[in-house]
Design a protein around this ligand. Sequence first.
Ligand code: AP5
Ligand code: ZN
Length: 218
Amino acid sequence: MKVILLGAPGAGKGTQAKMIMDKFGIPQISTGDMLRAAVKAGTPLGVQAKDIMAAGGLVPDDLIIALVKERISADDCVKGFLFDGFPRTIPQAQALLDAGIDIDHVIEIDVADEEIVSRLSGRRVHEASGRVYHIEHNPPQTPGLDDETGEELVQREDDKEETVRKRLSVYHEQTKPLVDFYQQLEAQKPGEAPKFTRVAGVGSVDSIRTQLFEVLAD
Ligand code: AP5
Ligand code: ZN
């Protein structure tokens, strides 16, 4: 099964992706996590991406498309995968189509902008695994520490309010048009194009997970 999770920064893509990955046995492919790892390791890609990410902009399409193509050729992607944070522009979505990669589901997790800023200010992450917490809505068992490894949680550099607002505006300009893109594709080729579903991203993490599992079980 091949799935795309669409949604604004802080919509809950990463949170839900971890649960889908466990339930359906497909790897989560988060371009954001991959880029953060590249920045940390100081690879050529990381060097190019660092300042763009810190400013809340998008890394150039050609770099992202090459990164994703390489990742999905790995053995663990044979049964499918879950894209989290990709595609994020029309050219990225078009590259998937051109490569003949048949996506089964595109799911938009829909959250209003006002909710996003508060969510991201309370977010804490475990850097090595990409596991995500929220100090109030989804706290770790021990404050400040990852449930599985006991390692320290950190705040993402791009979660400052000013950068969050920039990421939101980039989202509306460049990523939100993908909703129309996939809806039109489905209207043109029903049954063949990916199935588009919008899920409200407000409510408990568990209730959203239940809705996503229902869509994917279809
Ligand atoms: P990326 O890492 O993809 O960031 P993003 O899309 O901005 O999304 P986030 O990770 O911020 O949010 P999320 O939806 O995963 O929410 P989460 O589950 O963590 O990208 C980072 C940067 O990399 C980009 O800005 C760009 O520069 C670059 N990049 C990445 N991909 C790219 C691409 N394809 N092309 C070009 N550039 C690219 O949840 C957020 C918080 O809310 C958490 O604290 C969580 O605990 C909490 N929460 C989750 N669900 C709920 C709920 N139901 N109720 C209350 N709180 C909740
Ligand atoms: Zn994420």
